[in-house]
Structures are given as structure tokens and as C-alpha cells.
Design a protein. Structure first.
Length: 118
């Protein structure tokens, strides 16, 4: 069974950067869309970014454009999230999810904690 494992979270000062990685076991299909979501305590889960595995087309949440970038490495089967100019409001657990249809996700990672100190 395919699994998603996130890594790269940690504590960073405001204005700093972090790079998260999602390792995908198994071979993703070209049609799969790999997503990053985040959830802060007491808040709803929020979409961060997505990338179509085959074509590499990307979408980033409007509020995060210019600071967050998503990419994938087909050789390593990983999806990365580069986060720059971090604010304390970016603190959350970041999850990787595999999309198989509109609003359909069949695999989720356990999440990685990002804490931005102000």
C-alpha cells in the first residue's frame, strides 16, 4: 500500500525558510495530484499547494504565492514545498496528500510540524 511520509519540519525564526519533503512509496500515476495542506490548532485544514505528477503543473494558494513553491522529483518520488519569508501565522502541521479526483484524496501523510517563532 502506497504511503506518504513528510519530513523537514521544525522550528524557524520569522523571515526564515524551510523545505518540506513528501516521500512517496510506490510509483505515482501521471494523473495523480500531490497536495500540501496545513492545519493550525483550532483552525480548519487549509490548502497550500498542489502539483500534477505527470505534467508538473502547479497551483499555490493565492495567499501564499510568492513565498511558497511546490516541486516534484520523479527520480526520487518526492514532492517538496519550499517555504520562504515565513511568518508566525505559517505555524501548523503540514500534510502531504495524494489527490485522485476533484476533492478526493486517497492517501495522507502523518504530517510534519512547522513552528515559526516571532
Amino acid at each position: 500500500q502506497d504511503e506518504l511520509v513528510e519530513s523537514g519540519g521544525g522550528l524557524v525564526q520569522a523571515g526564515g525558510s524551510l523545505r518540506l519533503s513528501c516521500a512517496i512509496s510506490g510509483r505515482p500515476y501521471s494523473s495523480h495530484v500531490m497536495n500540501w495542506f496545513r492545519q493550525a490548532p483550532g483552525k480548519e485544514r487549509e490548502f497550500v499547494a498542489a502539483i500534477r505528477w505527470g505534467y508538473g503543473t502547479t497551483v499555490v494558494a493565492n495567499s501564499l504565492k510568492g513565498r511558497f513553491t511546490i516541486s516534484r522529483d520523479k527520480a526520487k518520488n518526492t514532492v517538496d514545498l519550499q517555504m520562504n519569508s515565513l511568518f508566525s501565522e505559517d505555524s501548523a502541521v503540514y500534510h502531504c496528500a495524494r489527490g485522485v479526483g476533484v476533492g478526493e484524496y486517497d492517501r495522507w501523510g502523518q504530517g510534519t510540524q512547522v513552528t515559526v517563532s516571532s
